[in-house]
Design a protein around this ligand. Structure first.
Ligand code: BES
Ligand code: ZN
Length: 457
């Protein structure tokens, strides 16, 4: 067993405690009242990276939440790897559905429960500990390391793309290493080779100037809730396809090789159905669940609001209605084109008598990487050393819009090695990280930090 592996086993209880202090900071980026906590969390990250071996790690202000930046320069001519992650988290509500409070980490059955446990604080912490373990046991990290840990990932990385281009020289690198994705099962590590893009919009439908009695006026005025329901229903057809014109034109067909890759994965649709507690799976007709999740775009309502939603009944015609819609995109769909076509389609579906306002939110392009790059061999070997099994190459249905910006700014491949297990409740109550995966993942990353130069020289 390598020295760092023994070190990890010995120090694991302390690592757990430390991760718990990290998770106690409610760094909810979307909540302005938590801005102080978000900043405190950035300080925590900078301090712990500094202690682990990136001495100059510092908190840098942006127009929004700060970014933690640092570098550990090994040799000017050695290759450089930039580690990216995020220390901000999603809101915890509905808090009453958590089995233990979201910001009071609790261990149950080998899992650590807290908001951010796996997305992404737990995974950022694994990098801190991997680095510590290597350096504390006298093992070299033969590449230059740079860090960018942001506090706005969950709100669309509002300031990061500009920050990268403004600091392109300081942050220049040969590869970007990111742990903010998932794996198939505790003993099947994964390298993510593609992510979906996203377009997100809010639709507001305005009708009468104020709410109206639904008897006095019902039948004579256009009800914005009915209008919105018609719009939303019209955005998809009976086969689960979006009706936005041209939506599928740029979608790459699923190739032979991709189908063969999918067939090799231990995927069981009934298990997926049961794990989400639904009576049946759904989505676009004619594709398997993994195809729908990884290779096909979506159009989904994420939220709706209108009229009377309290206890009991109130006979009222609402004066307005609102829905939030996300579209997950796949190569080669273009977010700018999609949002234009979406807006036009919504307006076309809106009945006369209401006005429609569409607010665009964050967006990001879909991403795929060329796995021929030698860094994937280094990563495979490292994962095998940590988990005892070689990794599967997978895609993810989720989005990390900034991955594109990294690749474009630095012309460097992105290596996505994530540790979230299916059912880990990212963005939901009772988010957890598997502590066995946490341990093996630290060992794999510690090994990877030693191999990165092989893949980049
Ligand atoms: N860690 C996730 C991305 C992710 C989710 C990867 C699921 C793999 C599987 C990330 O923190 C996230 O939630 N991203 C957002 C991006 C959005 C806010 C632009 C997402 O996918 O909703
Ligand atoms: Zn997230």
């Amino acid at each position: 067993m390598s020295d760092f592996s023994a070190y990890i086993d010995r120090e694991l209880p302390r690592f757990h405690e430390e991760l718990e202090t990290f998770l106690r900071i409610p760094s909810i980026s979307t909540d302005p009242e938590r801005a102080g906590d978000v900043r405190a969390c950035a300080e925590w990250v900078a301090e712990h990276f500094a202690a682990a071996g990136v001495p100059g790690a510092e908190v840098i202000e942006t127009g929004g939440h700060p970014i933690v930046v640092g570098e550990r320069i090994h040799a000017p001519d050695a290759p450089t790897v930039l580690v990216y992650g995020h220390y901000d988290v999603q809101p915890s509500e509905p808090d009453e559905l958590w089995s233990s409070p979201p910001f009071e980490p609790a261990v149950r059955d080998g899992r650590l429960y807290a908001r951010g446990a796996v997305d992404d604080k737990g995974q950022v912490h694994m990098h801190i500990k991997a680095l510590e373990a290597r350096l504390a046991t006298g093992e070299d990290v033969p590449v230059n390391l740079k860090l960018v840990i942001e506090g706005e990932e969950e709100v669309g990385s509002r300031h990061l793309a500009d920050f990268l281009s403004e600091n392109a020289e300081r942050l220049a690198c040969d590869a970007v290493l990111i742990s903010d994705t998932g794996m198939f099962s505790p003993d099947l590590p994964c390298i993510t080779t593609g992510l979906r893009g996203i377009v997100y919009a809010e639709i507001n439908v305005f009708g009468p100037a104020s709410d109206l009695h639904s008897g006095t006026y019902g039948g004579a005025v256009v009800n914005p809730a009915n209008a919105l329901a018609a719009i939303l229903a019209g955005l998809r057809d009976g086969r689960g396809r979006a009706t936005v014109p041209g939506y599928y034109d740029a979608v790459r067909p699923i190739g032979e090789r991709e189908r063969a890759d999918l067939d090799r994965l231990p995927m069981d649709e009934e298990t997926l159905r049961d794990s989400v507690g639904a009576t049946a799976l759904g989505g676009e007709a004619g594709f398997s669940a993994l195809e729908r999740l990884w290779y096909r775009p979506t159009l989904d309502v994420n939220g709706m609001l209108s009229g009377f939603t309290g206890e009991g009944s109130k006979t009222v015609l609402p004066s307005r209605a609102m829905a939030k819609v996300s579209m997950r995109l796949v190569p080669d769909q273009d977010p700018a084109q999609v949002i234009e076509a979406f807006e036009a389609r919504v307006r076309e579906l809106a009945p006369e008598g209401v006005t429609v306002e569409i607010n665009r939110s964050h967006g990001g392009a879909p991403w795929v990487v060329d796995t021929e790059h030698p860094i994937f061999d280094a990563a495979s070997a490292a994962l095998e050393s940590g988990f005892g099994a070689p990794p599967a190459f997978v895609r993810e249905g989720g989005s990390i819009p900034i991955v594109q910006a990294f690749e474009e700014t630095f012309e460097a491949p992105a290596l996505l090695i994530g540790f979230a297990l299916p059912g880990c409740n990212m963005h939901a109550p009772d988010e957890w990280i598997d502590l066995g995966v946490y341990r093996n993942g630290i060992a794999a990353l510690a090994d990877l930090y030693g191999r990165l130069a092989d893949g980049l020289n």
